[in-house]
Design a protein around this ligand. Structure first.
Ligand SMILES: Cc1ncc(COP(=O)(O)O)c(C=O)c1O
Ligand SMILES: NCC(=O)CCC(=O)O
Length: 430
């Protein structure tokens, strides 16, 4: 047994499933997850000292690569000033102003510590602001694990075949309406019937928790029109896409003006910072100004905020997103070419620093098409890549992430590994 297997055995005796978040557990692909000791740039190193090219990037935050020296220096300085005060700090104003400057739809922003909290709070805010109970989400989208949103969710819920969680009373989800992603007709029909009773629509503008499925322009435009017409709050969940698909997030690519946006991942740069923000009159319903309660002992933690701010500064270097998008596009194009060489049905696409790979001839445009991807071929591919030092998300329902440190040599190494991995897929599955 190698050290990873020994540790996984040990972990499972004290931690449910051996992990502190289900998607880390390798359950759908089998084998022991790697226990990571350290990481640098595009690489992670496990306890055995084996190097991996990392395409998970801590599930999105590590857009600068691991251990960016400017970020680490800023964090070390912040630590010297103390870890947490439970009182306002200048950094909180700085990061709020930075987010507002980069995302023009945001007029006020409240910091929290996870995307889950951002989603839970945004829903409560929308309900409190509108005085309505019904909410709309889409099949295969994941907005964190708060009760009312745990219905037909993506990410681990899909991976483990539990689209809705036990322990969530139906009384809590009765008001959650689930619609098909990229089906504007169905959305319009619902709004024609009961739009005036709907508090909010929450959506991932580029879905990244059922693999990657970009919304169509028509889908998002219909959503914006119908919600505006009926006084419904439009919540765009940019926890994954924010500062990832573009500096201005998915909303800048689609030219959509949400009422509320959720952030997470990149805005913390690897530390626990997330946020929800948007139109001032809605945000003014949040306590202490308004009746919607929302709070957090560690919200706006000074060390985490420093990490997030330093990250936000780095991503504004000229040409950052151009390079990030180019490197990601090179990766997916190269993977497509390798699959073709070996005659494996495969497709791939990217937006900014986010990508999807699919064991299916064409990129999926709906949840139903995602379900047609070949999980067995992926499993073989995943393990062949991992053995060869390339660390992909261990599920067909997750998006992948590239950092600015994934240079040409890293992409080339990945494609070498893919050459062998696709050959193996062909050998094993035909
Ligand atoms: C789109 C989206 N929303 C919300 C979340 C929840 O964030 P967190 O894991 O920080 O609670 C995630 C990821 O986990 C996500 O991808
Ligand atoms: N797509 C999955 C996530 O982004 C979340 C990671 C986690 O739940 O650990």
């Amino acid at each position: 047994m190698d050290q990873n297997e020994v540790l996984f055995d040990r972990a499972q005796k004290s931690i449910p499933g051996g992990v502190n978040s289900p998607v880390r557990a390798f359950r759908s692909v089998g084998g022991a997850p790697r226990f990571i000791k350290k990481a640098l740039g595009p690489h992670m190193y496990d306890v055995e000292g084996k190097q991996y090219i990392d395409y998970i990037g801590s599930w999105g935050p590590m857009i600068l690569g691991h251990n960016n020296p400017h970020v680490i220096e800023a964090v070390k300085e912040a630590v010297d000033n103390g870890l947490s005060f439970g009182a306002p700090t200048v950094g909180e104003i700085d990061i709020a102003e930075e987010i507002k400057r980069l995302i023009p739809s945001v007029e006020e922003v409240r910091l929290v510590s996870s995307g889950t909290e951002a989603g839970m709070s945004a829903i409560r805010l929308a309900r409190g602001y509108t005085g309505r109970n019904k909410i709309v989400k889409f099949e295969g989208c994941y907005h964190g694990h708060s009760d009312s949103l745990l219905v037909k969710g993506g990410s681990g819920l899909l991976t483990f075949g539990t689209p809705s969680s036990a322990g969530v009373p139906t009384a809590v989800t009765n008001d959650t309406i689930v619609l098909e992603y990229n089906n504007p007709k169905q959305l319009k029909e619902l709004f024609d019937k009961e739009g005036d009773e709907i508090a909010c629509v929450i959506v991932e503008a580029v879905a990244g928790n059922m693999n990657m499925v970009p919304a169509t322009q028509e889908f998002l435009e219909t959503m914006r029109e119908e919600t505006a017409k009926h006084g419904t709050v439009l919540i765009v969940d940019e926890v994954m896409t924010g500062f990832r698909v573009a500096l201005g997030g998915a909303q800048s690519l689609y030219h959509i003006d949400p009422d509320i946006t959720m952030f997470g991942k990149v805005i913390g740069g690897g530390m626990p910072v997330a946020a929800f923000g948007g139109k001032r009159d809605i945000m003014n319903s949040v306590a202490p100004l308004g009746p919607v309660y929302q709070a957090g002992t560690l919200s706006g933690n000074p060390v985490a905020v420093t990490c997030g701010l330093a990250t936000l500064h780095e991503i504004q270097q000229p040409g950052f997103y151009k390079r990030l998008s180019e490197q990601t596009a090179k990766l997916v194009k190269g993977l497509g070419a390798m699959a073709k060489k070996h005659g494996v049905a495969f497709s791939a696409q990217s937006i900014g620093g986010m990508f999807g790979i699919y064991f299916r001839g064409k990129c999926p445009t709906s949840f139903k098409e995602v379900m047609e991807c070949d999980a067995d071929r992926f499993k073989t591919f995943f393990h062949a890549m991992l053995d060869n030092g390339v660390y992909l998300a261990p599920s067909i329902y997750e998006a992948g992430f590239v950092s600015i440190t994934h240079d040409d040599s890293v992409i080339a190494r990945t494609l070498e590994a893919a050459d062998e991995a696709f050959a193996k897929v062909k050998r094993v599955h035909g």
